[in-house]
Design a protein around this ligand. Structure first.
Ligand SMILES: Cc1cc2nc3c(=O)[nH]c(=O)nc-3n(C[C@H](O)[C@H](O)[C@H](O)COP(=O)(O)OP(=O)(O)OC[C@H]3O[C@@H](n4cnc5c(N)ncnc54)[C@H](O)[C@@H]3O)c2cc1C
Length: 493
């Protein structure tokens, strides 16, 4: 039977109910596509809400409040003794996360599409086998399996063992990367999931890795009094960012008492005398670091195991599901979005990819494509590090000519008022026409400030236009006018 004539249970089956899965379901169902989301996790909400962006930022904000309170004398404010209660810090985070997760569960079960709690895997290119999650109680299954009918579509009111669909979206997220050193598996390391469940703080902590998760947790723990040692293989933390940005963060970390080792090679890990020990090479010396706990922050990989992709011809590329710019895998009616499709583990990218996939499924005659020109990344340390578009590193790799100018926060009115003297802003411009092609902010509220450059780049503004745009005084945002003016003076309008 031809595929157009064949009857399917659903138009679209989405595997995974995280940020990408939900975004695709919302978009597709609004376009009249009969959709089902299958979520196999123990809790509903996805990584961002349950164990990623939201809980970590809630904790980092608490750490920032703690730091500001500790520094209050700068502004003539004298505290009595400063103290904290770690259980209360974690309880506030937990309450917020519950609120976000409850809301997401409502969005997933509001009847606009069907929602099944099960683990899914392909048995052929149009069929999924569904395995109910072991931990789901009978009542919960009843509550979550049966989505009411909506949009004129009839959804099954019980969990089928199999379902068919015309199109699919794989949105299964990511999982922890395997350990590069088998000994690390023997010493029971913390990771970003288990650290969020701690009931008390360790006295000391070794963090393995220098990516976003590593540096954010390093500062959180250090600001709550934990003795932190961070061990990174590359010459700098955040090795994908420009080295001036990474070096600024390392400077602040060292000032706050974090011991940072870069250019290291891990040799061994073991438990000794009630502590955990990591042995590594640094500047030709063998170093033995000891701490109460070791935190594994050596990255994540796409979560694709057990989906049966190898049987249906969906190909992988460096662990991730290979897709084209329309988010189609090597089997065109099967799409992938979010962390499982890799490239960037960033939630708004996961959402954007998913919305594009859903649009393309609903409108195959008017396909949209992903565009990473405005790729934005934010590290929520203090100072925050935020970039959009090209960094100098990316421009070098792609051989793209640019002019660059930067300006430090230590020389800017509003940041001096805030005593936020670390960091700088940096603009990259096309040397011929002055179009802004990249921005970087290392400094106070960098994740907010970068949005001015996202907006400027979105409308393809030049440095001349940005320099001429009014900026209120005294604000942090007006700092962008200095590099814009410097570049404008070097490029003919
Ligand atoms: C500690 C940490 C902090 C982070 N902070 C930020 C941040 O500040 N900003 C940012 O942009 N990004 C951040 N991220 C990354 C961000 O969380 C992810 O990019 C985003 O959540 C990915 O969404 P997703 O939908 O692809 O995957 P997920 O949200 O992981 O969703 C995948 C879902 O699929 C389900 N699933 C998997 N396999 C199956 C199966 N076979 N059958 C059924 N269901 C299945 C899973 O249970 C899961 O719910 C952070 C990540 C971590 C780990």
């Amino acid at each position: 039977m031809s595929e157009t004539k064949r009857h399917f249970d659903f138009d679209l089956a989405i595997i995974g109910g995280g940020s990408a899965g939900y975004a695709a379901a919302r978009t597709a169902s609004a376009d009249g596509v009969k959709t089902v989301v299958i979520e196999g996790g123990e809790d509903v909400g996805g990584l961002c809400i349950l164990r990623g962006c939201m809980p970590t930022k809630a904790l980092l904000y608490a750490a920032e409040v703690m730091h500001l309170a500790d520094q209050a004398e700068i502004w003539g404010i004298h505290k009595r003794e400063l103290s904290f209660n770690f259980s209360e810090v974690m309880a506030r985070k937990n309450a917020l996360i519950k609120e976000f997760a409850d809301f997401r569960e409502q969005q997933l079960t509001n009847g606009k599409f069907a929602f099944f709690r099960a683990h899914a895997r392909f048995t052929d290119a149009h069929t999924l086998e569904l395995l109910p999650h072991r931990s789901h109680s009978r009542e919960r299954k009843e509550a979550l399996i049966s989505a009411p009918t909506a949009g004129g579509h009839k959804h099954p009111r019980h969990l089928p063992t199999k379902l068919t669909a015309k199109d699919f979206l794989i949105a299964t997220g990511s999982t922890f990367a395997p350990s590069p050193l088998p000994q690390l598996n023997e010493i029971d390391c913390l990771n970003s999931d288990t650290a969020l469940k701690l009931t008390h703080l360790p006295g000391s902590l070794i963090i393995l890795g220098g990516g976003a998760v590593a540096v954010e947790f390093a500062q959180f723990f250090a600001r709550f009094g934990v003795k932190v040692t961070l061990i990174q293989r590359s010459p700098h933390v955040l090795h994908e960012f420009d080295s001036d940005a990474a070096a600024e963060l390392e400077k602040v970390f060292r000032r706050e008492g974090i011991v940072v080792y870069t250019r290291t090679k891990l040799l061994d890990a073991r438990c000794s005398a009630g502590q955990k020990e990591v042995i590594f090479v640094h500047e030709q010396q063998t170093i033995h670091a000891n701490a109460d706990e070791v935190f594994f922050a050596l990255g994540r990989i796409p979560n694709v195991a057990g989906l049966g992709l190898e049987h249906i011809g969906v190909q992988l590329e460096y662990h991730r599901i290979a897709t084209n710019a329309q988010m189609q895998t090597t089997i065109p009616h099967i799409y992938a979005a979010g962390d499982c499709a890799g490239l960037h583990e960033i939630v708004h990218i996961a959402v954007q990819q998913a919305e594009i996939a859903a649009h393309n499924i609903a409108h195959p005659g008017q396909m949209k494509r992903m565009d990473y020109r405005l790729l934005t990344e934010v590290i929520f340390t203090d100072p925050q590090i935020a970039t959009v578009g090209l960094t100098e590193k990316r421009a070098h790799v792609r051989n793209i000519p640019y002019l660059v100018a930067s300006y430090p926060f230590r020389d800017h009115g509003k940041s001096l008022i805030m005593e936020a003297r670390d960091g700088f802003v940096k603009l990259l411009a096309d040397p011929i026409n002055g179009e802004i092609i990249g921005g970087c902010c290392v400094g106070p509220l960098g994740g907010e400030l970068i949005h001015e450059i996202i907006a400027a780049m979105h409308s393809r503004m030049t440095v001349h236009q940005l320099a001429a745009m009014p900026h209120y005084h005294p604000t942090l945002a007006e700092i962008w006018t200095y590099p814009a003016e410097e570049l404008a003076s070097k490029i003919k309008e």
